[in-house]
Every structure is written in C-alpha cells, then in structure tokens.
Write a protein that binds this ligand. Structure first.
Ligand SMILES: Nc1ncnc2c1ncn2[C@@H]1O[C@H](COP(=O)(O)OP(=O)(O)O)[C@@H](O)[C@H]1O
Ligand SMILES: [Mg+2]
Length: 352
C-alpha cells in the first residue's frame, strides 16, 4: 500500500514561540524526502506532527488521501525511528520488533513471521534472542528500523537515525537504508537530518528548513546546482556568496567586471554571486579574483584555500586538487571560475 504525506499550511507554536510556520510540503508515494536544516529549525517538530505526537495549532496533515490531523498515533500506519534507538531494554530483540504488531492487535499467529521478515531485512535475524545491551549502537539502530518496518508502514519517519553512530558505521548504514528503500519502493520516507551528505545521498528531494520555515525544496541536483536562496546555497555545499552589482553583460564585484549569466535580473540591481568552492580554480583564467591566502586546510585529496579578496572585505573558499606546493599564508594568488559555474541570486529571493 503506498501513501504519500501532505502538510497543508501546518503551524506549531509553543506559547508565543512559532516553531513551524505554515509548512506546505508533499511527499509523493514511494518518495524519500529529506528535511534538512540546522538544529532548532523545526524538523523534528514537523516529523512529530506526522506521527501524531505534536498537535498543529493550525493546518492539516494527510497520509494518502486521509486527513490524519485528529487521529491518534497508533491509527496512522507509520513506522518511526529516532536517533536514540529507544528500544525497550528489558525485551529481547524479537519482542522489541513484535511490540508494534502487538500494540496494533495484529493477528497473533502471524507475528513471528512478520518479526522474522523484518529482522531478515535489516540483517539482524541471528540476534533475535539478544537483549539491546548485548548489541552495538549500529545493531540497536537496525533493530529499531526492523521494529518500524514490522508493521509494514506506508510511511516511515526517520529522525537523525544515524547521528549517534560513528562516521564509518554511518556510511555503511546509509548504504543499508538506500538498499531498504529499493526493497520497499512503495514506502514514503521522511528523513530528518542536519547532515547535507545524508540528504544528498539518500533523498529523491530535499526540503530545506531554517527558522521554522521551508526555505527551498527540490532534487539534490537542483538545490546544489541552482539554489534559490542564499541559505540553501551555503547550507548545501557551502557556496561562496559575494555581493555584486548587475551590469549589462555580467556583474561588477569590487570594481571588477565578471562574466556571468544575469538571466532576468535588471542592470543596476544588486545580487549575490554564488560559486561552489570546488568550481573555483587557482591561477589565471576567466573571471579572475586577486587576493591573499588567509588560511589553508589540507583535506587529503584537496586543499581548501581561504583567500581574502576585495581588500580583505570578503573571503573566497577554493577547493584545489593536486597542489604540489601549499601556498604560503599571506601570499598573493589569483582565483578564477567559469561563467557557467556561477549562479546569481537576485535580491528578491535571497536570504529566505
Ligand atoms: N516541547 C517543546 N516545548 C517547547 N519548545 C519546543 C518543544 N519542542 C521543540 N521546541 C522548540 O522548537 C524549535 C524547533 O525544535 P525541533 O523541531 O526539535 O528542531 P530540529 O529538529 O530542527 O532541531 C526549537 O527552538 C525547540 O527548542
Ligand atoms: Mg531534531
């Protein structure tokens, strides 16, 4: 059974503090939607509204075509996984996984098979008799996922499910989640994270949240290549943002003419030039920016250079590959970028 999720102008407030401000968002059946944003932006609140643990002050929530706004959590047909696993410590793995089925008053005789199926899917079949304390963090999180899947939910809600795991486990689990989604193509997934890599890797679309509001929504490629707001540009991919003045054939930055596509922006207006650090080259080229090296970080395959331009009023990040010599701090360098690698954000849409 496939069912999407729809937020229709959903607002949540605690006292006078609005923590979710008229959220409109649709997760299509079978889609993975990441809710991406910094801590405190309202992501968990949005997810808990779908689960039924938070009641909106206004607006409606739909699962499939059903308005579930007034429905208690256990009648919504959702599976949920949170960062802290939240397993019952006194119950064996199999009983943890069976918990939701029993609570749902599922047919008793069918429960063992459903538990076995869910444990199989998460690679935990051989741990059925253990207690949570006898498992690693990654294994506990698999059990939590098995428990969420056992009820065969139409909608799976994941709230920072990997953030308690160390980096290596995290990337393994990320691949596991992608595989699970391929095995369960009808399940709609709402995946809350503050980690852009998780969102870019897993999601069909990303909804970017900041300050209780939806800032942007699109496929990972759209958001990365054509961000619509400064917030998206810097939060997803850490773009360089430079204030520019739009001219007839390009833009002017600190008295220098740069060639970029100005689209529908009119000459004389101000805009923000957005270029990704890995698309900024070192050395002479088109759209050259002169500056001095303020900081260098070696990151294995790249050097991240921080170059102070425009008399030190702006700092440009450049990720440069295969540098034979690390430029000295304070040395003069030239950076450049291709016109097609820059995006201009007009004043009307930037800032969010
Ligand atoms: N039960 C609550 N009572 C009061 N404020 C809350 C409650 N839950 C969340 N908040 C506030 O709502 C805002 C959004 O929280 P949350 O949705 O958890 O953000 P995120 O998951 O993006 O980090 C935060 O400022 C948080 O302090
Ligand atoms: Mg949260």
């Amino acid at each position: 059974m496939s069912s999407g999720i729809r937020f229709d102008a959903v607002s949540v407030a605690y006292g006078k503090n609005v923590v979710l401000d008229r959220l409109d968002l649709t997760v299509e059946p079978g889609e993975v939607m990441a809710l991406l944003g910094p801590s405190g932006s309202g992501k968990t609140t949005a997810l808990r509204v779908v689960a039924g643990f938070v009641k909106p002050a206004s607006g409606r929530v739909f699962i499939g075509d059903r308005d579930v706004t007034a429905l208690p959590p256990y009648q919504r047909g959702i599976g949920m996984v949170v960062q802290s696993y939240a397993l019952f410590p006194h119950l064996r793995v199999e009983d943890n996984v069976a918990f939701g089925l029993k609570a749902q008053k599922a047919d008793r005789a069918g429960i063992p098979a459903r538990v076995a199926e869910a444990l199989e899917m998460t690679g935990m079949a051989s741990y059925a008799r253990r207690h949570p304390r006898e498992l690693s963090g990654g294994q506990q999180q698999r059990v939590a996922i098995a428990r969420a899947l056992a009820i065969r939910p139409g909608v799976l809600l994941l709230d920072e499910p990997l953030s308690a795991l160390d980096a290596q486990l995290r990337s393994g689990m990320l691949a596991e989640l992608a595989r699970l989604h391929r095995e369960l193509p009808d399940v709609s997934i709402l995946y809350v994270t503050h980690d852009q890599v998780e969102a870019l890797t897993l999601a069909d679309r990303i909804a970017v949240m900041d300050k209780a509001r939806l800032q942007d929504c699109g496929t990972p490629q759209e958001l990365y290549r054509r961000p619509r707001t400064e917030f998206t540009a810097s939060f997803v991919g850490n773009a360089n943002l430079l204030p520019v003045e739009v001219g007839p054939g390009g833009v002017r930055f600190d008295g220098i003419e740069l060639t970029v596509d100005t689209g529908s922006l009119s000459a004389g207006t101000t805009a923000t030039l957005c270029v990704r650090p890995h698309l900024v080259g070192l050395g002479e080229g088109p759209n050259a920016l002169r500056g001095t090296v303020g900081e260098v970080q070696w990151r294995g395959s790249t050097h991240r250079l921080y170059v102070d331009v425009a008399g030190g009023r702006h700092r440009v990040k450049a990720d440069v590959r295969e540098l034979r010599e690390t430029p000295a701090l304070g040395s003069d360098v030239v950076l450049h970028f291709a016109a097609e690698d820059a995006v201009l954000l007009g004043a009307g849409v930037s800032g969010g």
